[in-house]
Design a protein around this ligand. Structure first.
Ligand SMILES: Nc1nc2c(c(=O)[nH]1)N[C@H]1C(S)=C(S)[C@@H](COP(=O)(O)OP(=O)(O)OC[C@H]3O[C@@H](n4cnc5c(N)ncnc54)[C@H](O)[C@@H]3O)O[C@H]1N2
Ligand code: MOO
Length: 404
């Protein structure tokens, strides 16, 4: 049985970004993964402009006395452009964002100015370029302002608009197929026969895939029948870049997913020293990646978050994603007896330097409500440990979105 670290590394090393790209409009680009470097075609801001409502002047006109008096010569508002140079001894009324006229190299804010008709008096101790935002202060012409592999955020969309980009090159949406297996598994909305369970895994996994920005191919539910599972997997592998199943990966008589994978593709591994998620399969079916998650709802979601999601992010074209790792005191303590890496469902309580973590209660692999309350995993080592109340533990924050 391999370790969690080895499983994760093997999966991440074996996947690469999809080779399909497309162009989307700026309005449709939020959350999409940028496929090319974006290089500034011009300066932003385009012109040096005023950071304040006030008066523009020539720095050389400031006198040795504590105040300087200048004569007003016109006004420049945002959107105006004044090509006429500012003459010595004159000042211009200027508003925030307005382009700085030639000759002007200092702006004084209006609160510091006394106005008497066409004369203004201002303090003389102003610095050169006071309150002037230079051209290219945000981004200079020729600069790379967005790197490929970034999931575009609202300010990224703003940057693209400021660069007059309306057609954005992005990676195509990754297609991910989801299949539930098991005779007992019943789609929600149908009557539940005795001994059966509703299909929470497919609903949760489809939602997780949608939250990542992938396209979901719903393969429904396959009974514990090898031919049915193989048919569904073949279909999924033909229509998607990755296929995710749940159930049927353990050692039971009806755990046929592994057999199907062996028949249709190649198994890389199928057991990992982690809890939840010991039985899980990873491999390929043709060009598609295959992830066989355990049937237990918590195990399925945990393996998805810890191993599948990082792989999907890489396949989506995202650049390296650091794990959001914290080290926090565990309120309540914990005792761990087994020798698998443990990922307790937990909640981080954000209270600055007093932040701490608690478990979400019972840790059974069927307790999906605990997973739903969790915003983090407490990652415990393989070896048995006793953690006293307040001891520091490793905490991995849960993020269903692509992250930033
Ligand atoms: N003898 C052994 N038995 C089991 C072992 C083991 O090592 N030796 N491992 C246990 C662990 S750990 C897990 S996890 C499970 C995983 O088993 P499977 O992946 O084969 O899952 P199933 O047996 O099909 O189902 C387990 C459990 O989950 C429920 N389930 C399945 N699919 C869904 C779904 N789509 N939505 C909601 N619930 C689902 C299913 O009814 C079972 O209760 O194996 C242990 N056994
Ligand atoms: O590994 Mo199972 O996923 O503990 O319930």
């Amino acid at each position: 049985m391999i370790t969690y670290e080895e499983a994760r590394a093997r999966v991440l090393q074996s996947v690469s970004p999809i080779d399909r790209t497309e162009t989307v409009s700026l309005d449709d680009a939020l959350g999409r993964v940028l496929a090319q470097s974006m290089v500034a075609p011009f300066n932003v801001p385009n012109h040096a402009n005023s950071a304040m409502d006030g008066y523009g002047l020539r720095h050389a006109d400031l006198s040795d006395a504590p105040t300087t008096t200048l004569t007003l010569a016109g006004e420049v508002a945002a959107g105006d452009f004044r090509a006429q140079p500012l003459e010595p001894g004159h000042a211009v009324r200027i508003l925030t964002g307005a382009p700085i006229p030639p000759g002007c190299d200092c702006v004084v804010k209006q609160e510091d100015v006394t106005v008497a008709g066409q004369q203004i008096t201002l303090p003389s101790n102003l610095a050169l370029n006071n309150n002037i935002r230079p051209a290219g202060e945000d981004i200079a012409c020729g600069q790379t302002y967005l790197e490929p592999g970034k999931a575009l955020t609202p300010p990224d969309i703003g940057l693209l608009a400021s660069m007059d980009q309306t057609e954005i090159p992005v990676f195509a949406r990754l297609r991910v197929a989801v299949l539930s297996t098991g005779n007992e598994v019943t789609p929600a909305g149908q009557p539940l026969a005795p001994g059966r369970v509703y299909d929470s895994n497919r609903a949760a996994l489809k939602a997780a895939i949608t939250a990542l920005g992938c396209e979901c191919v719903d393969l429904g539910v396959a009974p514990d029948d090898l031919a049915a599972i193989e048919a569904a997997l073949r279909d999924g592998a033909a229509r998607a870049d990755a296929v995710i199943t749940s159930g049927g990966v353990s050692v039971g008589d009806y755990d046929l997913v592994k057999v199907a994978l062996k028949n249709l593709g190649d198994i890389d591994y199928w057991k990992v020293r982690m809890k939840p998620g010991k039985p899980q399969a990873y491999g390929v079916i043709g060009p598609a990646r295959f992830f066989g998650l355990p049937g237990n709802p918590v195990s399925a979601m945990a393996v998805y978050l810890l191993i599948v999601r990082p792989a999907l992010l890489r396949m989506m074209g995202l650049a390296e994603q650091p794990e959001n790792l914290l080290r926090l005191p565990l309120q309540g303590g914990w005792r761990k007896k087994h020798d698998r890496r443990d990922f307790l469902r937990a909640r981080v309580h954000f209270q600055g330097a007093q932040s701490y973590v608690t478990t979400t209660g019972p840790q059974g692999s069927g307790v999906l409500s605990g997973m739903a309350r969790a915003n983090a995993f407490i990652a415990l080592p393989e070896s048995p440990v006793v953690i006293a109340d307040g001891d520091l533990v490793d905490v991995l924050l849960i993020d269903y979105a692509p992250g930033v």
